[in-house]
Ligand binder design. Structure first.
Ligand code: NAP
Length: 276
């Protein structure tokens, strides 16, 4: 019997991940002899792990917190999108050469356009958080020519650097850095995104105060576990359309699957597998 090709997720920790469920269902549906595993690695284990991919029959990886930037050092080639974002979430082993991609931003964009019917063109957008996921989402939203994107991050320098980077890349769009969530202009925004980890823990407070929903923005929380954060609960109670990050997870996974296999991902099979 031919051993299965191995794919998997590298991060720390990774035990909570829904990716094995989604990718194993896709391999099964397309009768691909492959298995998706979790690789929970400490930082000092990364170098040896990446050097041993071929030996361990590993053909592709997803990368998550905290290694999306760090893995770039182990790759032979990085896509222009991943370079622009400054982070890699997908690695393809191509005849021994390691190629890095970033499918987070495109995955997010596909979800809001295809599933939620939101067209960013000309819209005003507020984003909480300016880390890796925010960079990916911010860049892909910017390609769609919104009117304005405002960022707030508790790390002021991080938000400042992201706004500077975006201004250099997309000169026709208005980018703002806010020094508070209140300063983001949510009341006049069409889309509010939480790209910070606040909301993952039960003890986390709600990111926004009541009364932010004058324009009833689409409220998108990149978090999918828990499925309804305090932010989403409040926004829903005020009549906003809301979404958690499960759709983004689905589409970024579908794009990664295509990079690895060259085949269109069976999106509906993967969506079904994600149902809890
Ligand atoms: P990250 O690189 O650590 O960025 C998160 C940023 O949020 C950091 O800059 C952090 O600042 C900032 N932050 C923390 N508390 C904040 C607050 N109260 N207000 C404003 N900003 C705050 O993490 P990431 O990779 O971008 O991920 C962010 C979230 O997106 C996570 O919850 C992750 O699970 C989720 N995500 C979902 C998907 C999906 O497919 N649905 C994909 C990627 C990521 P400090 O560094 O100073 O703490």
């Amino acid at each position: 019997m031919i051993p299965p090709k191995i794919f998997g997720l590298v991060g720390y920790p990774v035990e909570h991940s829904l990716s094995p469920r989604m990718h194993n269902a896709a391999f099964k549906a397309l009768k691909i002899n492959a298995a998706y595993r979790l690789f929970s690695l400490k930082e000092d284990e990364l170098k040896v792990f990446f050097a041993g991919l071929k030996k361990n029959n590993i053909f592709g990886l997803n990368v998550t917190i905290p290694y999306k930037e760090k893995v770039m050092a182990f790759l032979d080639k990085i896509s222009p999108e991943a370079k622009l974002i400054g982070a890699v979430n997908t690695v393809k082993v191509n005849q021994g050469s390691l190629e890095g991609f970033n499918t987070d931003g495109e995955g997010f964009l596909r979800h809001i356009k295809l599933s939620l019917g939101f067209n960013p063109k000309g819209k005003s957008i507020a984003i909480i958080g300016a880390g890796g996921a925010s960079r990916a989402v911010g860049i892909y939203l910017s390609k769609e020519k919104p009117k304005r994107i405002s960022f707030f991050d508790s790390d002021v320098a991080k938000a400042g650097n992201l706004v500077k980077h975006l201004k250099e890349c997309f000169s026709a769009i208005e980018f703002r850095q806010s020094c508070s969530i209140e300063g983001l202009g949510i009341e006049t925004s069409d889309l509010l995104i939480n790209a910070s980890p606040i909301g993952m823990k039960e003890a986390d407070s709600c990111l926004v105060k009541e009364g932010f929903t004058r324009k009833k923005p689409l409220v998108y929380d990149l978090i999918y576990n828990p499925p309804e954060t305090k932010l989403l609960k409040l926004a829903k109670s005020k009549g906003c359309v809301v979404s958690n990050g499960l759709g983004m997870l689905l589409y970024q996974g579908a794009l990664a699957f295509k990079h690895w296999t060259g085949k269109e991902a069976p999106v509906e099979v993967m969506r079904e597998a994600l149902k809890l």
